[in-house]
Design a protein around this ligand. Structure first.
Ligand SMILES: O=CC(=O)O
Length: 325
């Protein structure tokens, strides 16, 4: 009997997951990266060859058109990511296709990056590094004064696994008060010492705002001209969720005019961000290229879950990390 077939979209899929898949399935790794101009066309051309499982390890949107190209042989789909905002879940549901993702195992790595961005933005790393690189170190002047984390109020937007890991890390930083906003009360909040407040209150009171929520219709542009207008002039915004949580043009204006102090971004719109994008030129916007989960251990753990999601679903069992559709 011939083996079932799985298509892995992205040539960098870690071998930890690939080896698991190879034990039971015929694997095809598409040799593409998202930033290559013809990557989407390559996916569309290849997917119609007939696969039982699909590991969608790309930021391209998984649409009804692509699922049609995949045809009725396809029985299981997983992202190799925690976020599912690039998946047209209605189209999967219509076709009765199960979807999995790789949550939780990346919480610590992403939370580390949030802390890095907080410090980097609040303490003006970008300007400092530039001085070194250009040989213009202005020793002794006061240009570099930043904002303290000690005695601050930290507002977490979305107290899920990542938001909780951020709070746990900040416990050693002498933060005065932790608050969070979100759709529901989180049972972990009490033990962590975080109080739930309405979003406008979080905007008004926080010295640091950390966006840790998924991108949905409700959270799109949750940070916009109005919300930036409520924030403190000294506040620092950190985004480790998705670029679409922020109206980037409004953020540019707020940073340029000094309406807020600084921002640290792991995620932007679009990705990759063009080096000529106006926001890149701002000294108070510290941007890194979506590296939240980028550690060896974390990416290996994610790939193993992706592999298990597909292996289980192709045996008719529930995925290790299923998304209810
Ligand atoms: O951004 C990373 C992820 O969603 O896994």
């Amino acid at each position: 009997m011939s083996l079932k077939r799985v298509l892995i979209v992205n040539k960098m899929f870690p071998s930890s997951g690939l080896e698991l898949l190879k034990k039971e399935l015929e694997t095809t790794v598409l040799p593409i990266m998202d930033y290559e101009a013809d990557s989407l066309a390559t996916i569309k051309a290849k997917i119609s060859a007939g696969f039982d499982g699909l590991i969608w390890n790309t930021k391209h949107r998984l649409t009804g058109e692509i699922l049609d190209l995949a045809g009725s042989r396809l029985k299981a789909v997983t992202t190799n990511a925690s976020g599912i905002d690039h998946i047209d879940t209605d189209e999967l549901k219509k076709r009765n296709l199960p979807l999995g993702n790789t949550p939780s195992v990346l919480d610590n790595a992403v939370a580390d990056i949030a802390i890095g961005l907080m410090i980097g933005a609040a303490r003006r790393f970008k300007e400092g590094v530039k001085e070194i690189e250009t040989g213009e170190w202005k020793s002794g002047v006061q240009w570099s004064l930043g904002q303290d984390i000690a005695n601050s109020t930290v507002g977490i937007v979305g107290l899920g696994g990542i938001g909780q890991a951020v709070v746990r890390r900040l416990k050693g930083f002498d933060v005065a008060k932790f608050i969070y906003s979100g759709r529901t009360d989180k049972k972990e909040a009490k033990d962590l010492g975080v109080s739930r407040v309405p979003f406008p209150q979080l905007l008004k009171e926080s010295d640091f705002i950390i966006l840790c929520c998924p991108l949905t219709n409700e959270t799109k542009h949750i940070i916009n001209a109005d919300s930036l207008g409520i924030m403190k002039k000294t506040s620092v915004l950190v985004n480790i969720g998705r670029g679409g949580l922020v109206d980037q043009a409004a953020l540019y204006n707020a940073l340029k005019s000094g309406e807020i102090f600084a921002a640290g971004l792991d995620v932007t719109t679009p990705e990759p961000l063009n080096k000529d994008d106006p926001i890149v030129s701002l000294p108070n916007c510290y941007i890194i290229p979506h590296m939240g989960s980028a550690t060896v251990e974390t990416r290996n753990a994610m790939a193993k879950i992706s592999a298990e999601n597909i292996l289980l679903a192709l045996k008719g069992k529930p995925m290790m990390c299923p998304i209810p559709l």
